[in-house]
Design a protein around this ligand. Structure first.
Ligand SMILES: Nc1ncnc2c1ncn2[C@@H]1O[C@H](COP(=O)(O)OP(=O)(O)OP(=O)(O)O)[C@@H](O)[C@H]1O
Length: 251
C-alpha cells in the first residue's frame, strides 16, 4: 500500500458572517469597542474525512459554493480548520492565489528565495533553479523590480514559475486555467498537465468533467460542505452529470 500523503481528519470550517448591516467605519469601530457586533456562523465544510495516497490523482467536484476551494485552501494551510486536522506528508505546491505570499516591497529575485523557502526548498536548491525560474516567468529585467510594481499577470507568472519549478511532491490545482497573457496561458496550462501526469500526487478542483476524467482516478463529490460520495472518477462523474442535468431540467 503506498504511503498516505494527505490525511483530512474530520475537518470542519466555519466562517463568521456579519448578521447586521454596518454603514460606516465609525459605526464598525464603535460596535467593535462595545462588543456589540453580531455574527452568524456558516459551515463551509462539515466533518470531511478522507486520505490521499502517494501518486494518487484526486478530483474534487460539486456545484457552486459546495466548499471545494475552501477544502483546497485548508489542505494548503491557507485556511485553518475550525475542527479536525490536516496532515500533509511531503512538499506541497498550491497553484492557487498565485503570488499571494509575495512581499510587495521585495524584488522578484528576493521573492523567489522567500517563496521558494516557504515551499520548503533550501537556498542552494533555489540558486540552482534560479535561472530556470526567471526564464520561465518571462519577466526579464523586471525580476529586479519590487513586486509592488508588477501587474497582476506578472505576479501570477512569477508565482506559477516558482511553484512549478520547485518540483513539489503534491500539486494542488484550482481549475486548470492559463495564467498571464495568451502565450503564457498556453505554456502554463501545458506545464500543469505535464506535471499532473508525471506521477505526483494531485488534487484538482474543476467544473470541467472532461478534464477531471482525463486527469484523475478518484473523485470526491462535495455537496453543501459535506462529502456526498467518494469513488471512481468515471462512475461518479456520470452520477454527478445526471444530478446536474436533473437540476437544470427543474429550472
Ligand atoms: N472567507 C469567507 N468568509 C465567508 N464565507 C466564505 C468564505 N470563503 C468561502 N465562503 C463561503 O463558503 C462556501 C463555500 O465556498 P467555496 O469557495 O469553497 O465553494 P466552491 O465549491 O469552491 O464554489 P465555486 O465552485 O463557486 O468556486 C460558499 O458559500 C462561500 O460563500
Amino acid at each position: 500500500m503506498p504511503k498516505v500523503d494527505v490525511e483530512v481528519n474530520r475537518v470542519s470550517v466555519k466562517f463568521r458572517l456579519d448578521s447586521e448591516k454596518i454603514d460606516s467605519l465609525k459605526e464598525y469601530f464603535l460596535k467593535l469597542t462595545m462588543r456589540s457586533i453580531e455574527y452568524t456562523e456558516f459551515n463551509a465544510l462539515k466533518s470531511i474525512d478522507f486520505k490521499i495516497h502517494n501518486g494518487e490523482r484526486i478530483g474534487i467536484i460539486g456545484h457552486n459554493g459546495a466548499g471545494k476551494s475552501t477544502l483546497l485552501k485548508t489542505i494548503a494551510g491557507v485556511v485553518k480548520p475550525t475542527e479536525g486536522s490536516v496532515v500533509v506528508n511531503g512538499s506541497i505546491a498550491p497553484l492557487l492565489e498565485l503570488g499571494a505570499g509575495f512581499d510587495a516591497d521585495l524584488t522578484g529575485v528576493e521573492n523567489i528565495f522567500l517563496n521558494g523557502a516557504i515551499l520548503g526548498r533550501s537556498k542552494k536548491y533555489l540558486e540552482e533553479k534560479f535561472d530556470e525560474i526567471v526564464e520561465y516567468s518571462g519577466l526579464g529585467k523586471f525580476i529586479h523590480t519590487p513586486v509592488k510594481n508588477y501587474s497582476s499577470g506578472m505576479r501570477a507568472r512569477l508565482g506559477f514559475s516558482i511553484a512549478t519549478k520547485v518540483d513539489p511532491d503534491i500539486l494542488i490545482v484550482d481549475e486548470i486555467l492559463g495564467v498571464g497573457d495568451e502565450n503564457f496561458q498556453i505554456k502554463s496550462s501545458k506545464t500543469m498537465k505535464e506535471m499532473m501526469t508525471s506521477g505526483k500526487t494531485v488534487i484538482l478542483v474543476s467544473h470541467n468533467l472532461a478534464q477531471v476524467k482525463q486527469l484523475t482516478e478518484r473523485v470526491i463529490w462535495l455537496h453543501e460542505g459535506e462529502v456526498r460520495q467518494i469513488g471512481k472518477t468515471n462512475e461518479l462523474c456520470r452520477e454527478y452529470k445526471d444530478y446536474m442535468d436533473e437540476i437544470l431540467n427543474k429550472k
